[in-house]
Ligand binder design. Structure first.
Ligand SMILES: C[S@@+](CC[C@H](N)C(=O)[O-])C[C@H]1O[C@@H](n2cnc3c(N)ncnc32)[C@H](O)[C@@H]1O
Length: 232
């Protein structure tokens, strides 16, 4: 699939794209007995491994990362995008923008976070305009699931944030059902209003490609932030 990207062969992820063959080895056979054996030294993938890490799930063509990362040079950003052409497009843009604090990974983000991200590795997980999988028989493919909310709780530092924006009313209702189980008083997360990043343009919630596309269509957006507890 070309995803409307006509010049994919010219896209160059050098220096930005993570090489899966070397950086993401197969899980060990006894992974179920030793879940932490699958965790990877993600911070070492960046020029300055000492910086805090934010993870964006489903980066698309990388607009959020290209806008936000230059304003936060003291933060590393890992973008995860499983559609290869979008991954290439994002990595190429990031390379051309010369952003040493951004790396891109072409992999399934839900599985990666579940198996590969160490405990307390991230300060923020961003999930913007995730695929809604509207057919009932496909709902299980949605990123927001109980397992995902449990995983984010594990990989976020105390007080870390899961930031979510969607345009999709049915998916939002699904998320609300999940949030009710995972936020206070029933669950561990605190729920606070979503704060737009400074790079969002006037009237925007976060300012990704899909937000801009859907805004033209007159769609409404839903947004929230879940905050991990200060004591893990
Ligand atoms: C609707 S697009 C939104 C892209 C971008 N966040 C934006 O707002 O413009 C959803 C993106 O998430 C990616 N995606 C969906 N499921 C994913 C998964 N499990 N792991 C990584 N990327 C995923 C899709 O390939 C697609 O690029």
């Amino acid at each position: 699939m070309s995803f409307g990207l006509s010049n994919v062969k010219d896209l160059d992820p050098t220096g930005v794209g993570i090489d899966l063959a070397t950086a993401v080895p197969p899980l060990p056979d006894d992974i179920l007995q030793r879940p932490s054996a699958g965790h990877l030294p993600i911070h070492s993938w960046f020029a300055d491994p000492s910086l805090p890490l934010e993870i964006e799930i489903g980066s698309g063509k990388g607009t959020f990362l290209v806008q936000q990362a230059p304003t936060q040079p003291g933060t590393n950003f890992l973008g995860i995008e499983y559609a290869h052409d979008f991954y290439l497009s994002a990595a190429d843009r990031i390379r051309r923008a010369k952003l040493p604090n951004v790396r891109m990974l072409c992999i399934d983000a839900g599985e990666f976070i579940h198996w590969r991200v160490p405990d307390g590795a991230a300060t923020v997980v961003h999930l913007y305009f995730a695929d809604p999988w509207p057919k009932t028989r496909h709902n299980r493919r949605r990123m927001v699931q109980d397992r995902f909310l449990q995983d984010c709780l594990r990989v976020l530092k105390p007080g870390g944030e899961l930031r979510i924006v969607t345009d999709h009313n049915d998916y939002w209702a699904w998320m609300e059902e999940h949030f009710a189980r995972w936020t206070k008083p029933n669950g561990p997360y605190a729920r606070v209003p979503f704060l737009s990043p400074p790079t969002a343009r006037e009237g925007e919630v976060v300012g990704t490609n899909f937000e801009r596309k859907y805004r033209v269509e007159g769609r409404d957006f839903h947004a929230t932030t879940l905050v991990a507890p200060m004591v893990p």
